[in-house]
Each structure stands twice: as C-alpha cells, then as structure tokens.
Design a protein around this ligand. Structure first.
Ligand code: 4AD
Ligand code: MG
Length: 461
C-alpha cells in the first residue's frame, strides 16, 4: 500500500465531478440501512464533513454487518449528484474492502455525544470525533500561519535546547533530567551533564543569544512547567512561540504581538471556515465575533498602574486582593479583557518585584515603585495569552538585578557576555500556543486542544 497522498475526501467534496471514479480510504462514522440502499458516512480527517457512500442492496448485504462505526475501509466507486442538501456529490460504491474492523461490542466511540471528560480517557481515539478533528485541523492551521507570519518578515526559526541548565523564569518549576539513581543523595558531578539539568521552561535566553547575531528570530517548540496548577489553562507540557528582536523596544514588541495575533486569526478563518463555523455553532457562539474583533479592532493598551486603578474602581469584589505590587490573577485579567475593554488588552510596565530578572528596569522610578518594561496580552475568555518584555541590556544593571533575585551571575556567565559584547536594546515575547488554539476555538479546557495533554497525575498515552 503506497502512502495515501491521492484522493482525500475534502478535495473530492470540493472539486469532484459527477461521473468521476474515486478511490477513498477512511473510517466509518455512521451507517444507516434503508430498504434499497445502505449509507455510510466516511471520514478521513481531511474535513469535518465526511462523504456519503451509497451501497446498493441486496448487492452489499453480505458485507453490511462488518461495516460498523469505526471500521477502516477502502472504497471504490463513482461520484453521483447528492440527494441531500449538505453536499453536492456522494459515492455510489462499486467495491468496499474492510481494512481494519472495529467490533461494535467493544469500540468505545459509538455514534452518540460523549463528554469531553470521557473523551480524555480515550485520547488515542478522540481524534476520530468531529470536535477533535476540527481542533487538530485548526491547530495545524495556526502553526502554519505562525510560520508564515515570521517567514514573511524575515525572522529565522531557531531551535533552542529542550534540556537546559537555567531557570529562565526563575520560578523553580522545572522537571529534572537525570540519569542518577534516585534512591541515593544526588552527586551531580556524577550525573550525565555533570550538573543539575532540567526540561526548559522557555527558549528565551538562548533565543536572545541568537537574536544578538541574526537580528530577528523565533522559536516554536515544547516547553515544560512543573507547576501544580490544575486549571483549564495550564499544561505541564505546552508549546510556545517566542520571537526575539534586536534593536527593538517594548513598543515594537507590543506592535509585533498585535500584528501577529491579527495575522494568525485572519489566516485561520480563511483556511478553516468549516471548522470555525463548527466551533461557532457547537462550542461557543462568540468564536467568530471574537475572531473578527481581533482582526479588525486595535488592542487596548494600558499600564499596570492603570490596570490596578481600573480594578479598584470597578466596584467588583474579587476573590484575590487588588493592590499595587501584587500580580494580576486570572479573574482580574478576565475582568479587564472581557468586561472593561471587551477586547484584547496589552498591560505594560509591571512592578519589578513580580517579574523575571531579565526585564529592563524603567528609568526614574522611586525604589518601592520600580517597574520593568514587561507586557502581557490579555484575551477575553483566556486571560494572559502572551507574556513578553524588553530585556535588560545594561551589564551592571542586569548583574545587580540577578543578585537581587538570588541568581548566581557566574552560572549565567554566557548570558551576561551578551551584554559585554555588542549589547543592544532587544525585546521579545512568548505566546502560549495551546492557549491560542483555545482562544481561537472557544474550547473550555486546554486539555482538549492538545492531542495528549500532560497535567498533574496524568501522562497516559
Ligand atoms: O509568561 P511566560 O512565563 O513568559 C515566558 O516564558 C517568557 N520567557 C516569554 C518570552 O518573553 N520569550 O509564558 C509565556 C506564555 C504565557 O503568556 C502563556 O500563554 C503560556 O506561555 N503559558 C502556558 N500555557 C499553558 N500551560 C502553562 N502551564 C503555561 N505557562 C505559560
Ligand atoms: Mg507570564
């Protein structure tokens, strides 16, 4: 059997001519037996809609019992005009070959509505449902749109390491990578790398090194966080897109983030109209309105200090306290994006004490109100979708800030070298790719936009 790069159902539905012979392979989504004909809904993942396949009776009667939901089949036939209104063509089958049976008594995905919770327990099969097929096609389209955006602007896609010895975000949420006997007290000099190593939480520090040679770069890869947050927007393994630009300040960074989100939404609406309509009709009635708004309206931009004022003046009682110096919680972020502005908002200039060591200190702040050139893009329904900053490019300031954050400048010698040799103002951001897909599709839980989610106590599949 050669790789099936030939006829896919999506293509046949769009371009197939009545009278043409076709050979299609896929999985039976449903079967209906009428008096003179039986009907199979055949789906191969190329589109939400499958193709209706008509089997004449009694010719195919002997095969019908085997053609249960989930069975893999290869079908040869002729395209005929469809009686139904949803499609223009259907297949009049000439032969049907069962490639892989799926016994009705044991196949878990029968044709009925299953809860997303149940489908997570059969993540190896859930891509065969309408919702997950649509999620995965949109996810693919997002990835392609992201590469297109950066490639058109001359950014190089760079590959930063997945195994790292630095904690970029300084939050201590790293998974250890070791070959040591876990039963013994660790002697890291004997470990594989001769020192403690971890799965990376972000490719940023290495991306900075590359931007300070190649000007504009981006990473797009998996990142890992051992944060024990069992929420609908946290994964232990998630994908992140991190552009990094030399000769760029925070304003340029925010402009890029906004243009980037606009491009990705516009592109996905164009390439996946059927899947996006499905999300609008079945998952969240705001999906298309949100997308149009992202594309057309400018994002709001405020400072952290203004955000705190808006929250205090809102008259709302929040679960978490609101005060200058405290981090914004999800409920605060959502109030700003969903209720106050009703569109994405970029919050800038956060207090230094709640942000990572690498962010550039704003000049002229009183010590207790020291802020950094940070920005978060907050989206309706999601909260923080992008986090970024202008980086501290001044050697002395960065070294002092590292020490204040309890980091050993010796360990970060190479990162500091970037400020010793040819340092320039530079900036970048990180987009949570899975949160983007969540935002785009209106899916409630981040576990349902990645094929095989990793969360606390869950690494099945
Ligand atoms: O805000 P974060 O922690 O920023 C960084 O890692 C920077 N080094 C990025 C940079 O400037 N290059 O993470 C960036 C984004 C968040 O805004 C969020 O969308 C996503 O990554 N994110 C997660 N997504 C899913 N699960 C998690 N546990 C996430 N943690 C962060
Ligand atoms: Mg953040």
């Amino acid at each position: 059997m050669a790789v099936n790069t030939g006829q896919r159902i999506a293509q046949v539905l769009q371009q197939g001519q009545v009278g043409a012979t076709v050979q299609l392979s896929g999985w039976v989504r449903s079967k209906r037996e009428g008096k003179t004909h039986a009907f199979l809904d055949l789906n191969d993942g190329s589109s939400l809609t499958g193709i209706q396949t008509v089997l004449a009776r009694p010719e195919f009667d002997a095969q019908l019992p085997q053609l249960t939901v989930g069975t893999a089949v290869a079908i040869a036939g002729v395209l005929v005009a469809s009686q139904g209104q949803e499609q223009t063509v259907e297949v009049q089958a000439q032969s049907v070959t069962v490639v892989g049976p799926a016994p009705a008594e044991t196949y878990p995905l029968q044709k009925k509505r299953h809860s997303f919770e149940f489908l997570r327990t059969i993540a190896h099969l859930r891509a065969r449902t309408n919702t997950f097929g649509a999620v995965l096609r949109v996810r693919n389209a997002c990835a392609q749109a992201i590469h297109q955006f950066f490639q058109e602007r001359g950014f190089l896609w760079v590959h930063t390491p997945i195994i790292s010895t630095s904690d970029c975000e300084g939050a201590g949420e790293m998974f250890a990578v070791t070959t040591l006997d876990l039963g013994k007290t660790p002697d890291y000099t004997q470990d594989f790398f001769g020192k403690p190593a971890f799965l990376t939480v972000s490719g940023q520090l290495e991306a900075e090194a590359l931007a300070l040679a190649l000007s504009n770069v981006y990473t797009f890869g998996p990142t890992f966080r051992a944060e024990n947050s069992n929420t609908a927007r946290h994964l232990a393994e998630f994908w992140m897109v991190e552009p990094e630009m030399a000769f760029c300040d925070l304003g340029g960074d925010a402009d890029l983030a906004e243009a980037f989100l606009k491009h990705v939404f516009a592109q996905v609406l164009q390439t996946c109209p059927e899947d996006m309509a499905f999300f609008q009709n079945r998952i969240d009635p705001n999906v298309l309105r949100n997308a149009e708004q992202i594309i057309q309206e400018p994002f709001a931009r405020i400072t952290y200090t203004e955000a705190i004022e808006l929250l205090t003046q809102s008259g709302r009682s929040f679960q978490y306290p609101v005060a200058w110096g405290l981090d914004l919680q999800s409920e605060h972020e959502r109030f700003l994006a969903e209720e106050h502005f009703g569109r994405p908002v970029i919050v800038m200039d956060y207090p230094a004490q709640i942000k990572a060591f690498y962010m550039r200190l704003n000049d002229g702040c009183p010590p207790e109100q020291q802020t950094v050139r940070a920005m978060d893009v907050l989206a309706p329904g999601i909260g923080e979708i992008i986090g970024g900053s202008q980086r501290e490019e001044r050697l002395e300031v960065l070294t002092a800030r590292m020490q204040a954050c309890g980091l050993d400048p010796e360990v970060y010698w190479w990162y500091l070298d970037l400020r010793r040799f040819g340092s320039v103002p530079h900036a970048g951001f990180g987009l949570g790719f899975d949160r983007l897909v969540q935002f785009m599709t209106g899916m409630n839980n981040i576990r349902d936009v990645i094929p095989f989610p990793r969360t606390p106590l869950n690494a099945e599949f």
